[in-house]
Design a protein around this ligand. Sequence first.
Ligand SMILES: [Zn+2]
Length: 389
Amino acid sequence: MLLALTASALITPREVVSDGVVIVRDGTIEAVGTRAQIEIPVAARVENYESGILAPGYIDLHIHGGAGHDLMEAAPVATEAVERLLAQHGVTSYLPTTLTAPVDLTLRALEFLAAEIEAAAADQSRSDRACPAGIHMEGPFLSHAKRGVHPPEYLQPASVELFQRFWEAARGHIRLLTIAPELPDAAELISVATRQGITCSLGHSNALAAEAQAGVAAGARHATHTFNAMRPLDHREPGILGVVLGSPELYADIIADGVHVEPSVIDMFLRLKGPERAVLITDALSATGMGEGRFRLGDFEIDVRGPVCRDLNGTIAGSVLTLDVAVRNIMAFTGWELPAAVRLASLNAARSAQLAGRGELVAGAVADIAVLTPAGEVMETICGGRTTS
Ligand SMILES: [Zn+2]
């Protein structure tokens, strides 16, 4: 199948190309350029998005569920519902994210998600569904003091042996591991996981600066929902937050719903991390896309009112954010323009989680494309080169 997609502009997102063309062959991008540079093959089916902008499909590195389903359910009906919801919001790939749970339940969820990842990669007929590209394990190696809504009884000491059981259950599909670097033996686990090609992410942590530095020295290269479930910055003990904001080699993600982090602090975060290291995530829950009400999250209940999601004690518990809204919020909160905001939800996410061949419009990449208006509204989502029209 040979496709030529034309649009008023392309956000690659390393550059903006006016009057652009993307040639797609069998689900892979073959060429990207201006209409003057690229000759459209006569055999190609041409799709014109005259008023649209083509951008890389968004990548969500941190999502627990949506459309009434939790990804820990380990049921095909759950992944399908979440993936269809994601595609409506410009997301073409994502890391299903585990919540801290009993070990046997976690192993079952990992086995199931691994099978879903392999099935999605093999299925050339899927359309209108985001693709699971790997697993994000959020827990169980987290701080008790900064566990947020993760149940304390299931948190575990950092253990290479337990991690290897998870790795085997996931058949090597774990891409991101959130870990509190101050746990005893965390540095050893970080260095083992890093050598296995996993991106270790500092988070749910009460670490002092020296403990966070030890995590970075062991190989950690990312930070999970910066500011949330993290020891606050102190000018005499900068702690984990000082290390995350001050280390240029670290990627750091943020929940840009304007509730988890106040907009002026998001602006400050972006100025510190810069356009190449900041990443947007949603941390979205089953309640996403369902309106307001009371919903179940693992073993407990949450209340959704407006953009805020709290457990019954009033603690903020994940979000109902979608990535297209996060991109538009960045534009509204900071004055950044669409191309820079798009990069935070695509290329930066792919690079940090080491998702090769995703996150940019470039020859050789998967043809995962979001068609956007200049304001960042999603007109269409093209997953693996399969258009809906
Ligand atoms: Zn979390």
